[in-house]
Design a protein around this ligand. Structure first.
Ligand code: ATP
Ligand code: MG
Length: 392
């Protein structure tokens, strides 16, 4: 019965000349998502609507799941698409549709016709009345309820006629590719994959940077981050993941700076390096999974100290989220199980027993001066030896 899906998208903020950019980006993302399924689809725009039509066999559930990962989609409607062969045939089609999808016994319904093709000879209200009568005849135990019907029968009259009643929710947001690119600092934790997901949901394309510290962090810890990148790429599209060897920088900071300032200084170097790759990849911002107060390095003072070294905007979509809310999203998007695998992170291997929670900027800057002899060279080496993994 269903070969075609009507894609509904939000219209806020996409009026005027931005609208076709939004729609074209959405079509591109739908095509990309459906290419990964077993089916072949023709995706097309018609009169401010987007449709995906299967050509041949496809898996219904797999198709819905793929579309539910496309930002910008607010609803997915499986539609029955028919030719215009007059009102009586339309009535037959609507009855066939309802027979297939519902047990109409005891159900209330309403018919909602939209006559988008104005040369259709019959007014919408008249079509509603006719189809309502036909449905009552076919299913005598059903009844009409115009206010809160259990089943809303949508009939859209265009070049073809589209009949649908179910609207399966999409993720919302904006299509990836409509809002520039950002560099995500991606660790193996719970937060940063969620932060990347959230920024991307606003239409932002992502690249990512991961700092590891071999041999203190293992190959499996790195693999975990690659896996996380792959999981969020199902929503965001391809990601270039920069894997940066941070060991020598960390050891040098450890050698030269007060240990309670280690984390802050280390994080400042992470931001500087991430910003370097961000520039190289034409990203317009950095993204982290930080949240106020979560750990010592995320107090307001610590965040200010980390932020100071960045010249690009740093977006922290989780800044005011409680941990449980972040966990809920990570479960929903499928990163949680990977995030909780117990591998070491470079942030946790050299931590001090009592890290500063209210770093003083002047003190931190002064401590960093102790690195002046070798740090530039180490940063340069980290940049030159970074590995870029392309993730589809
Ligand atoms: P997450 O769960 O995302 O690892 P976290 O609660 O462990 O976060 P921190 O370790 O303080 O918090 O890290 C804060 C943010 O800094 C992370 O969300 C991430 O954006 C970035 N970050 C931390 N460690 C790394 C790393 N090894 N590589 C890249 N980014 C990192
Ligand atoms: Mg972490």
């Amino acid at each position: 019965m269903f070969k075609t899906f009507l894609i509904k998208y939000g219209e806020i903020g996409i009026k005027g000349k931005n609208r076709h950019l939004f729609e074209e980006a959405l079509v591109r993302q739908i095509v990309r998502a459906l290419e990964k399924t077993d089916g072949d689809f023709h995706v097309y725009r018609e009169q401010g609507r987007i449709y995906a039509e299967a050509e041949g066999l496809f898996d219904f559930d797999e198709t819905i799941e793929a579309l539910q990962r496309v930002f910008g989609i607010v609803g997915i409607c499986p539609v029955m698409k028919t030719e215009d062969k007059g009102l009586e045939e339309l009535g037959n089609d609507v009855i066939a549709f309802l027979t297939d999808v519902y047990d109409m016994k005891g159900k209330t319904f309403k018919v909602d016709t939209r006559r988008a093709r104005k040369n259709y000879p019959i007014e919408s209200m008249e079509v509603n009345a006719y189809l309502g009568g036909r449905i009552l005849d076919a299913f005598p135990e059903s009844s009409v309820d115009v206010h809160t019907p259990e089943i809303m029968v949508h009939v859209e009259i265009r070049e073809k006629i589209y009949i649908y009643s179910k609207i399966i929710p999409g993720p919302g947001g904006m299509p990836v590719g409509t809002n520039g690119k950002a560099m995500l600092l991606l660790s193996g934790g719970i937060d940063s994959p969620v932060a990347g997901y959230m920024i991307s949901k606003r239409g932002v394309t992502l690249d990512a940077t991961y700092f590891h510290a071999p041999p203190y962090t293992s190959e499996r810890a790195k693999q975990k981050v690659v896996d996380l990148a792959r999981q969020i790429a199902r929503y965001t599209g391809p990601i270039d993941l920069h894997v940066v060897n941070f060991t020598d920088i960390q050891l040098y900071i450890y050698e030269k700076c007060p240990h309670e300032e280690l984390t802050i200084i280390m994080r400042r170097y992470m931001m500087r390096l991430a910003e370097h790759f961000a520039r190289e990849k034409k990203c317009l911002s950095l993204v982290t999974g930080e949240s106020i107060g979560q750990v010592a390095s995320q107090t307001m003072q610590s965040l200010a100290a980390t932020n100071e070294v960045c010249t690009m905007p740093v977006f922290r979509p989780l800044i005011a989220f409680d941990k449980q809310d972040i966990v809920d999203i990570s479960e929903k998007i499928g990163t949680y199980e990977t995030s909780i695998l117990p591998f070491e992170d470079c942030c946790t291997i050299f931590v001090a027993k009592h890290p500063v929670t209210k770093p003083n900027l002047n003190v931190i800057r002064r401590s960093e001066l102790k690195l002046s002899e070798k740090i530039e060279e180490l940063v340069q080496t980290a940049i030159e030896t970074a590995e870029v993994i392309h993730i589809e």
